[in-house]
Structures are given as C-alpha cells and as structure tokens.
Design a protein around this ligand. Structure first.
Ligand code: MG
Length: 336
C-alpha cells in the first residue's frame, strides 16, 4: 500500500463528485419509497440512496484518481439480502447514468474496507456517502462527507451541506482555507468562523441532536452554561453540526466518546479540516489534535470539539471534567 499517487491539483474533481452526488441525493430523497429504508445488522438505519451514492462517488474517484485505499461506511452487507432496497439502488444508479455494471457496484462496496493504521499509507479516501441517514429520511440535516488522508492526516475534505445556508458544498485543502460553493452553482466564498468573543448578554448556541434525549438536552445545556452565558440549543446531527459552527449558525458542536470504542472516522475527519481551515477551534478535551490515522475509529480521542468565538478551551475543560466525573476518558482507561 501507499503507492497510489494523487495529483493535489486535481482535487476539484473530487469536489465535483461530492457536489453532483449531493444534488442527486436531494432529488432521490423526494421519492424515497419505504422499502428503500432498511436496518443494518447493528440496528442503524440505511437507505438505498446511501449505497447508490457510495457506488457513484467511489466509481468517479477511481476514474479520476485511479485505485486508492479507502475507508467507507457502506459495504455489501448494508442493504444486502433486502431485494426491494437493492432494486431501488440499481434503479437510482441507472437513472444517474451509472455505467459500471454489477462488477463496478461490487467493487465500490468491497473497496472501502481499509481497517488499519493509515500512517504508512500515502493517500486514503474516507467516505460517508450520507452522514445523518435518519435526518435524510426525516427531512432534518444530513451530509455526504469525503476526506483525503495523507499518511493519516486529513489534507482535503469536501462535504455536501444541503440544509445549511440554502444548500452548500464546503471544501478545503490544507493550508488553503475553506470555501463555500452553492450546490446549484455560482460564486464561491471563503468560510470564516467568527473569533469575536460573546458579548455578556449573548447566549452561547450549542448544537444538540434533532432527536435529543432529555439527558442529552440537559448535558448540552450544562456544557453551554459553563461558558458563563445563557445557552440556546441548535438542532443538528451528522457533520452538519460542524457545518453549523462554520456557517455561524451555532457556536459549539461536539461529540463525546464516552465509554464507546471511539467514533467512526467518517463522521468527523472532513469536518476537522474544514472547521480548522475556516478558523474554528478543533480539538480534544485536553486541547490535543484529533488523530485520524488509526483506521476506522478515532480510538485515541475522548471527544471532537469544534468551537467558534474563542470558546474551545472552556468547552474542552468542561467536557474533560465531565469525563472525569463520569469515569470516562483516557485516564479512566489507563487505570483499567
Ligand atoms: Mg452514513
């Protein structure tokens, strides 16, 4: 592994692939039959659109960049054995002009299984064709997410944000800023996260899941109050939650590991670069970086925190204190 070459000047092609896929998904969700929505073995929800989009995006990336090791969320098991969902997936691909045939579909659904450290891998794609599938079904937030790792570091990302700022693609290459592009086409504008401190009377806006449980609402409110400001919750899931901070629609979004095995990389990797390139504070509870080099999980991090308005350190300290109080985090793990 590691021999793949990617010409970084060609990454606009990857942005185009995500933009086209997002627009196709917007249309596909308007005619989403119930039989196209199924459960995976782990109980999570997936649709025929998720799978068709992965096939489309990975096929285009392979055409434009050649074979590149890939970490992708979907695989043959995602909707396998659900004939009505599989048929809808094939219908979508045909209507999108997909010409890779069954062999191409099989390849796109077996090529995303990279499951090892990427530190020694020159380039690797990270794809979640639809992050926030429940939001996609419900008409809430969702987000096709593509990132490119170079030796385990995110150096490029392109996320489709159909529900943010009227429908945007947000893309970034390391060191070159993050840029909004309207999904319908038009002028690009630089994404710039506000650094202005909250005024004393101003509430802090913290992102919470659309289907937040009472305890999630309570926790996020308390974390917001730890800034010394009143707290308003803003509903969003998926990488759209980070998009809200980048767009100035919220001040803080975070995802805690808790007692779990580490978050999936495809739910966070792109946003880490996008937010940072836009000027947001991005890091873990101790201020350290998010380690995206471990394969499919962020196994070394206790949280992914994204904050505007200089709020990163106070939020990180509050989440670290909560990890300690609840017996989570790296110190708890080191003790056991
Ligand atoms: Mg997904």
């Amino acid at each position: 592994m590691g021999s793949s070459k990617i010409d970084l000047d060609d990454l606009d092609l990857a942005c185009d692939a995500v933009q086209d896929a997002t627009n196709l998904a917007i249309a596909a969700r308007r005619e989403l039959p119930p039989e196209a929505i199924v459960r995976k073995a782990d109980g999570s929800v997936v649709t025929a659109v998720d799978v068709a989009l992965q096939v489309l995006i990975l096929s285009r990336l392979e055409m434009d960049f050649g074979p590149v090791p890939t970490i992708a969320e979907e695989d043959l098991a995602s909707i396998g054995g659900k004939p009505a969902a599989e048929a809808h997936c094939r219908r979508l691909l045909a209507s999108w002009g997909y010409e890779g045939g069954e062999a191409g579909i099989q390849r796109a659904l077996t090529s995303g299984g990279l499951d090892a450290s990427t530190r020694g891998v020159e380039f690797a794609w990270v794809l979640d064709p639809i992050d926030g599938t429940q939001g996609f079904i419900d008409g809430d937030h969702w987000c096709p997410c593509l990132a490119l790792l170079r030796r385990g570091e995110v150096i490029f990302a392109s996320n489709g944000y159909p529900t943010v700022l009227g429908g945007m693609l947000l893309s970034a290459a390391k060191g070159k800023g993050a840029w909004w592009h309207p999904l319908v086409g038009g002028e690009s504008t630089r994404a710039e996260v506000s650094q202005a401190a909250l005024a004393p009377h101003e509430p802090v806006r913290v992102v919470a899941p659309a289907r937040a449980t009472p305890s999630q609402v309570r926790a996020r409110t308390e974390v917001g109050l730890a800034t010394g400001h009143a707290c308003e919750l803003v509903d969003s899931d998926s990488q759209a939650k980070y998009g809200h901070v980048i767009a100035g629609l919220a001040d803080v979004a975070y995802s805690r590991r808790g007692g779990g095995p580490g978050k999936y990389i495809w739910d966070h990797a792109g946003a880490v670069l996008l937010a940072r390139e836009a000027g947001a504070w991005v890091g873990d509870t101790d201020g350290s970086d998010i380690d995206c080099s471990l394969g499919r999980r962020l196994g070394r991090n206790d949280a992914v925190i994204c904050a505007a308005r200089g709020l990163g350190p106070v939020i990180a300290a509050e989440l670290a204190a909560r990890d300690r109080a609840e017996g989570f985090g790296r110190h708890a793990r080191a003790d056991t």
